[in-house]
Structures are given as C-alpha cells and as structure tokens.
Design a protein around this ligand. Structure first.
Ligand SMILES: [Zn+2]
Length: 278
C-alpha cells in the first residue's frame, strides 16, 4: 500500500478512536487504552511506555499535597528580536496550555523535605528555552542557594528557542553559572531527564545535576540522530540517545519509572538533608 495513504488512514482511525471512544493508541505496543485507564497509571502504558505529561500533572504526582508555592509565576517572555509571528505564537501557546511559559518554578515538599523544583512543559513551544525560561530557572536556583535548599529540575525540551536567537543561547551560560553557585554552597541538585531532553538544555543545566535521573526510554541528546549520522557519515548504534544507552555509558545515574519517582526523590532528599546536622 502507498505509505502516505496508509499513514492517512491510520491517522483518521486514530482521530475517530480518540473522539468517539476516547481511546489512545500506544505508539510502542499498539494497545488501545482509555484516558481514564492511563491516568490511573500515571500515563504509563502497561508495556512501560511513558506518555508526556504536563508540568502541573508532574508537580501533583511528585509533591506532597498542597505544598507547592510558585516562584516568579508572572514572568513571561516577549519578542526581543521582533521575530515574525512570534508574539501570535506565544499567545496561542498560552491559550492552549494555560501556561505563561515553558517552565513552572517554585518550592514544595517531597515526603516532608522542602525543595526548590522546576518542571519544564514540552507542550509549550516544545519546552524550548528562551529568556523567560532561562530567567525563571536562574531565579529558582538563586532562591535555592540563598535559602540553602536542594534543587530539582525536570527537563523536557527541544533546546534553545530559535525565535530569540543569541539571547536564548545566553541562557545556557546563565543557568549553568547559577547551578555552579548553588553547588559551591554544598547544596544538592538533582536533574531528571524526561522525553525528550535535547539541544541547549542538555548542553547546560540538564547535564549538571549532582545526581542525574532519567525516565525510561527518554530521548536525551544534543543534536538529533539524523544530523549526527549525516555529519559523521556513520550509522548510529541501536538505542543511541535513549536513557538506557546513556546509563550504560555513565551519563545517567539511574533510570526511574514514573511510579517510583516520588519515592526515589524523597529518599535522595532525605539522605542529603543538612538540616539539624552539626
Ligand atoms: Zn504500550
């Protein structure tokens, strides 16, 4: 069959299923599950496929109930370089996601231990890092340094935001410097890599965690596999740039399924909690 026709038919069948029976087809195993079934399982298929989730959902599943306090909730980006149609795009993304920017930052408790937490949301312009995202992460990190708190960042990003050009690339140095100052105070930073973490985010704060965790099978890399293959003129090994491959090669410290994330973070925070120690 013509592959384009096949794809069209698949997409229309998928659309129909999603609208009439609200079934979601797993891209990994092809199983059809209802939204309700998935939500009961933290949006993880029975085959282990982790669906992307929103930043708000992530905060709800990781933090102790009612412990979240947002930092810089009103901070949002504009169009510093006058990039065509960027403002319209931002307005549309804000309407679609209910977010002002691609990251939510704040403080909260995990199993009783207070922490600063940043969660990126890749529904908002692919979770790309522009000036506002970089500024929010930097301020959250500085708040953690000042208040001697640990820092957790859930990364999910397509990289630097191209509409902000060089200004978005500045954020790599700025966030990295903030993370370094936090580390100089002997404070813990845990980076959690979720699908996908790429580009300028991988090349800055995502890779700087004292402890780096990843969700199963997340795509983690700088440039995409096609670009690398074309550049080096070689085919890449199986599973390249996936969490499991990066764990085998020492880049990731542990792969943590979503169902175990809260408990794992709670334990790590407790083990590194300096309060009450002389
Ligand atoms: Zn599945």
């Amino acid at each position: 069959m013509n592959p384009f026709k096949q794809k069209r038919e698949f997409l229309s069948a998928l659309k129909e299923l999603n609208t009439t029976e609200q079934l979601i087809i797993c891209p990994e195993c092809g199983q059809k599950l209802t939204k309700d079934q998935l939500s009961k399982n933290l949006y993880v298929c029975t085959c282990g496929h982790h669906y992307n989730v929103s930043a708000k959902y992530r905060l709800k599943t990781v933090l102790d109930p009612k412990s979240f306090r947002e930092i810089c909730g009103g901070l949002k980006g504009d169009n510093p370089l006058g990039f065509p149609e960027y403002e319209e795009k931002l307005t549309q993304q804000r309407k679609k996601t209910g977010l002002k920017e691609a990251v939510i930052t704040g403080t909260g408790k995990i199993e009783g231990t207070k922490t600063v937490i940043c969660v990126m949301d890749n529904r908002f312009m692919m979770g790309s890092m522009g000036m506002a995202v970089g500024e929010k992460i930097t301020r959250a990190c500085e708040y953690a340094t000042k208040n001697k708190l640990p820092l957790i960042i859930f990364c999910a990003s397509g990289g630097a935001r191209m509409q902000e050009g060089i200004l978005s690339l500045f954020q790599m140095a700025k966030t990295s410097a903030a993370v370094a100052r936090h580390g100089e105070e002997g404070l813990l930073y845990i980076s959690v890599l979720t699908h996908p973490t790429t580009g300028g985010v991988t090349a800055s704060f995502a890779s700087l965690g004292d402890i780096i965790l990843a969700e199963p099978k997340a795509l983690i890399g700088f440039a995409g596999p096609r670009v690398i293959e074309q550049t080096i003129g070689q085919s890449l090994p199986e599973g390249f740039q996936r969490s499991e491959y990066l764990m085998d090669h020492g880049f990731v410290d542990a792969i943590v399924p979503r169902s175990a994330m809260r408990e794992k973070l709670g334990l790590l925070l407790k083990l590194h909690d300096r309060r009450g120690r002389k």
